[in-house]
Design a protein around this ligand. Structure first.
Ligand code: C5P
Length: 416
């Protein structure tokens, strides 16, 4: 049997004093069996010697375009910035200076490392490190917001003593903490899949709105009603749609997942907020996929203060929440609507009835006990032609199969 290959990261080092911590980071990652390819900017080599990084990673460090052209992993295509980033499961920039973050936010590619970042087709993790005033500067904050919006994962910074003698926000996270986060991220991220051939980008130009994750309905300042949805299925659906070239908007309840790269993301908490975000983006939507586990009820009068324990019973009045999917499907000119149903019993009957009640062309159903929080599952699709089983697989594979079915039905209704 073929062994799964070890994870690879491209560790980009830019010119800040925290670069010395990156040596330890490289050592910790290598200890976890992760292959590390270091790439340094011209400024970074003023802070730490490439030879140090080479000794810790066992690979020559990329500093100039020429270094990358000679990389064995690039397939010898001579396209340094393309090849070297394609070989990685993730790019991690640590430390990321204010200047480099600005370059990332604006898509500049005036040295090897920024070109690698621009040409990547893998996730980008960024560990900022800078003086507190540089961090607090609105320009940096705008750039960080842009990176978040673009799907990059920003790790830190933290607060503490700074090299310049000041105290405050801007210190790079310690190597152990960065390594822990990177390892966790690599373990949860799907294996890097090659970009589909242009022919397979069947949803190029199609706008897809996905809801995902749980909602949270406040009871008081610290308590609420939520559910065990992890958001994994919704995020996998958004990812699969992106792989097919769609323009994806993800309206997400609170989850611990990293955002799919390339999606426009609206983070929400309650069902009412989710409804508001869906209405906001609806005009730009060709396909709506409701994967979120939306609370059916909200508390009539959530308390602004924490409710104190009393001797007797406590009664909460609950009001029904709007059904977002039914609202969208009931519009005079609805997008193509797909619903999800997690049922704990009588799956087939319940799902078929739900598809009718919500007046949607496609409903994907699964058994709640097996699906919630799991990494894999099984789906039964209900449409006008009957039932279609998507056999047990991990949620990314399931999402891709579901998207193939959606494309087929969507194209039938809308010839190209
Ligand atoms: O009726 P039920 O909650 O089982 O329906 C599940 C489907 O409806 C899912 O697609 C879910 O995202 C959607 N839904 C919704 N708004 C609600 C309740 C469910 O969009 N308030």
């Amino acid at each position: 049997m073929e062994q799964p290959r070890s994870k690879r990261i491209l560790l980009g080092i830019t010119g800040g004093i925290a670069a010395y911590k990156t040596a330890e980071l490289a050592r910790l990652l290598a200890k976890q069996g992760i292959e590390v390819q270091a790439a340094m900017t011209g400024a970074a080599v003023q802070f730490i010697a490439p030879l140090t990084m080479q000794a810790l990673t066992g690979r020559p460090v990329l500093v100039n375009q020429r270094d990358a052209v000679d990389q064995p992993d690039t397939g010898g295509n001579g396209m340094a910035h393309i090849g070297a980033s394609r070989a990685a499961d993730a790019i991690v920039i640590a430390p990321a200076t204010a200047n480099f973050i600005a370059k990332l936010a604006h898509g500049l590619a005036d040295d090897l490392l920024s070109a690698l970042c621009l040409a990547r087709d893998c996730p980008l993790l960024v560990a900022p490190a800078m003086n507190r005033q540089m961090w607090e500067n609105p320009a940096t904050q705008r750039n960080i917001a842009q990176l978040n919006a673009d799907g990059a994962i920003v790790l830190g910074p933290c607060s503490g003593a700074q090299a310049c003698g000041e105290e405050g926000m801007g210190r790079m996270l310690e190597a152990e903490e960065l390594a822990r986060n990177i390892v966790k991220f690599l373990a949860s991220s799907p294996p890097a899949t090659p970009l589909p051939h242009p022919r397979e980008r069947e949803l190029e130009g199609v706008r897809i709105l996905v809801t995902a994750g749980p909602t949270y309905e406040a009871i008081d300042a610290v308590r609420g009603i939520t559910n065990r949805s992890s958001g994994k299925m919704g995020y996998a659906v958004a990812q699969a749609a992106l792989e097919l070239g769609a323009e994806v908007t993800l309206v997400s309840g609170q989850t611990a997942l990293s955002k799919p790269q390339g999606a426009r993301v609206a983070d929400v908490t309650s069902a009412a907020e989710m409804f508001g975000a869906v209405k906001q983006y609806l005009a730009d939507t060709d396909i709506f996929i409701g994967v979120a586990a939306v609370a059916d009820y909200r508390v009539a009068q959530p308390s602004e203060q924490k409710i104190k324990k009393g001797g007797g019973n406590l009664t909460l009045e609950l009001l029904p929440n709007p059904d977002i999917l039914a609202y969208v499907a009931g519009l005079p000119q609805p997008p193509f609507c797909v619903g999800f149903a997690a049922e704990s019993e009588n799956l087939r009957e319940q799902a078929a009835a739900k598809r009718k009640a919500k007046k949607i062309p496609l409903l994907a159903a699964n058994l709640a006990q097996q699906a919630i929080g799991a990494d894999e599952g099984e789906l039964i699709l209900f449409d006008d032609t009957g039932e279609h089983l998507l056999p047990r697989a991990d949620k990314h594979a399931l999402a891709r199969a579901l998207l193939r079915h959606i494309v087929k039905l969507y194209r039938q209704g809308k010839p190209r």
